[in-house]
Design a protein around this ligand. Sequence first.
Ligand code: FAD
Length: 455
Amino acid sequence: MKIAIVGGGISGLALGYLLKEGAPNADVVIYEELSRPGGKIWTERHGGYLLEGGVNGFLSNRPKTLELAAALNLPPLRSSDKARKRYVYSNGTLNLIPEGVLDFIKSDLLSIGGRLRIALETVVPRTNKTDETLSEFAIRRLGRQAYETLIDPMASGIYAGDSTRLSLKSCFPKIYNLEAKYGSLIRGMLKMKWAARKTGKTVSAGPGGALTSFQDGMGALIGALAEKLGSAIVKNRGVVSIEKTAAGTHSIHFKDAPSEEADVVALACPAHAAASIVKDLDKKLSRALSEIPYPYVTVVSMAFRAEAVKSNFDGFGFLIPYKEHRKILGTLCDSSTFPGRAPEGYMLFRTMLGGARAADVAALDDGKIIDTVFSELSDIIKVIRTPEMIKIFRHERAIPQYNKGHAALLDTINQLLTAHSGLYLHGNSYTGISVNDCVEQSYSLKSAIIGKHCL
Ligand SMILES: Cc1cc2nc3c(=O)[nH]c(=O)nc-3n(C[C@H](O)[C@H](O)[C@H](O)COP(=O)(O)OP(=O)(O)OC[C@H]3O[C@@H](n4cnc5c(N)ncnc54)[C@H](O)[C@@H]3O)c2cc1C
């Protein structure tokens, strides 16, 4: 049986590796459009710097990525304790983000009125709406100030998204479920903490866990998978379309190579690419897939001598609420998050621009991007000298946006997919955008394919 996987990002590579391990008799092939596998995982060495052009890590609180790394003999690298310090830029300064619900209330990041409004969350009634935007939810439960200062930047930090459009249920299901189950986030958290005390576990409304990577960056995970997969990865092989043959297999057509046949096809490419690939096979499915938006995000790595940074900012990074109207989404300090990311005495920063609310900024030419980042860093973290190193990474279609209506759209997609036996959708476009989500889905899809096709 031949299984074709379209897309060699972490989703496609992890699925390919797991299928080869779990079904050694299957002929697994991964078609990747670019000359390098990895997709949004893109690590480069530049002088003494280790640069992450996309993904910079995964959280350790979910086991599957760690399990995959262990199977590949890749020791994980936990972020330093300093990386627990996270900031939000508000009213012209960097403020530490409080950890946990009670810290939220105590923090003077919000006015007394704003903090009291959070306390009132316990008496806000449950909604009967099945899908709400993040802003609708946060304003209703926590008040406008907490929404603008704390919740909105979370949406740009994780999704580069617009919190007035992102769906709470699809983006932050844990928080959605807290309200659905307990009627209040604070009451729910307290009950869960109380229950967790008995087991010694920790509980948080956020994702939890420690940010984790590898000594040689996230690219090491891609390198290890690519080594195991060897010639099963076919690079520079963009899939243009698929069609069903009379025999019930799939004919796969490429940009610059003769067509090939496969019994099973897993589209592990972004939804917009999947939409284009299935457009002759199923127009309705193609239309539904093309409705998932992907904004432009540009990532800029910039390094400075430590003495050129005059503020004492040294945590994981800072996020900027939309209400501040700055030109960047936020900046991470890679050199204080993981060891070995910059030469001794230098600080390495990674700034994100663009996203759902400012895609035009991400599309600026290199000169303007550099001027923008430098001027924002000069203002916010008081950088006083020109950078020692600059590298720009562009993601024209970066992160899928799970906007309000995403869950209903997924129902339509799944319904349409039932007409296409042997065709699977995979990757971060559907039920979770993180590396952990992609790896977990790879494990479950591997089992589904092996079970369904009796491998
Ligand atoms: C800037 C940025 C930072 C991020 N940071 C983090 C982070 O720190 N932690 C985290 O958990 N997540 C992060 N993410 C989310 C991240 O994208 C996912 O976690 C994960 O890497 C997505 O993997 P994927 O394989 O599903 O998709 P992708 O990485 O997008 O891979 C899809 C692959 O399909 C290929 N492809 C597309 N079309 C075709 C075609 N027609 N034929 C053949 N191949 C095709 C592409 O070239 C690509 O290699 C970040 C995303 C971005 C953009």
